[in-house]
Design a protein around this ligand. Sequence first.
Ligand code: KIV
Length: 280
Amino acid sequence: MALNQYKNMSVAKKEYKRVTVKSLVDMKKNGEKISMLTAYDYSMAKIVDAAKVDVILVGDSASNVMAGHETTLPITLDQMIYHASSVIRAIDRALVVVDLPFGSYQSDPKEALRSAIRIMKESGAHAVKLEGGAEIKESVKRILAAGIPVMGHLGLTPQSIYKFGTYTVRAKEEEEAEKLMEDAKLLEKLGCFGLVLEKIPAQLTKKVSESLTIPTIGIGGGKHADGQVLVVHDLLGMTHEFNPRFLRRYMNLYEEMGKAISNYVSDVKSQDFPNDEEQY
Ligand code: KIV
């Protein structure tokens, strides 16, 4: 029997009609890796959901990818709700998690709860994600107490980019790695259902993942995470300026789309488009 057939046999894969926060914890228990991708609009979310991605993240990376900002900081709560409700209208299967944007939860737990409630009520999303550990503990508790599932996010947290100063790998030093481990355990204890680990050493991801019963989802966190997340525009090669080591591009849509669009331009100029069959 070929080696990869054995590999397939060892994956206890269950068909989930609808992915829930409980399914994700079950997947970890059963050794099934979790797939997560971003989507910010209806058309992309339809494709991502039909491809059976388990979790769709309406990330605040929409600030970069959709709006062209340099950081995730400018996107507003209203804009996140607009993106999230477009995604929700498209999906049949995936669990939809929405980022609480910068400034909507850091000042006090009551404001954090108000922001989370707006996302759930106005978009129909299934869960929210917040960046940080002990410093946002009270906000996480308050949101969870209202019955809203929370996903944590540790390691490189892009909303703190001006504090870090760079987008390089986090928690390489022991002190920061220890703090990350403590934060991960705290978030699990508070009741978070999962945790994004961004741009940290693979061995630290392994240690954290083995210490928790909730799933870890890595982006630049290596192969030991319980699942992986990428920005869908990066995976499809629609963005081309961004080339971190962790990114695997499955297409070069930037080039493909560019070619298609310039063919259209020349067909219009040469009066090849529309032809007799393409008119009424
Ligand atoms: O906003 C986002 O896309 C994210 C992922 C990078 C995890 O938070």
